[in-house]
Design a protein around this ligand. Structure first.
Ligand SMILES: [Zn+2]
Length: 101
């Protein structure tokens, strides 16, 4: 699955809790035909400050977020604070902070 929907993504994991509400997440059809995701709760800050992101799901050990940079889903260890985005190309964009829900 190249870019699963948030619901498809969390189906791959057990015992998760969804933390988003209707309207929080939207999809965009890109010109390449792939779907990109946007979490409307994300707070972007001026470069090079990290963005603030909110998990759309959590389980006992992970948080699931929609990356503000590549618009795909990344999974991180549970907890709040700064993370290195998994898609990060060198010198391209700042990271993000996972915020409490
Ligand atoms: Zn990313």
């Amino acid at each position: 699955m190249i870019n699963p929907t948030p619901k498809q993504a969390v189906k791959m994991f057990k015992n998760k809790t969804l933390t988003f509400h209707k309207g929080d997440i939207q999809s965009i059809k890109q010109t390449c035909g792939k779907t990109a995701w946007i979490d409307n709760r994300t707070v972007h800050r001026p470069f090079p400050e990290p963005a603030d992101v909110y998990p759309f799901a959590v389980d006992s050990t992970h948080v699931y977020i929609i990356c503000p940079w590549c618009r795909r889903i990344h999974v991180h260890g549970r907890g709040v604070g700064g993370r290195v985005s998994h898609c990060k190309p060198p010198n391209y964009h700042p990271d993000y902070r996972i915020m409490p829900i």
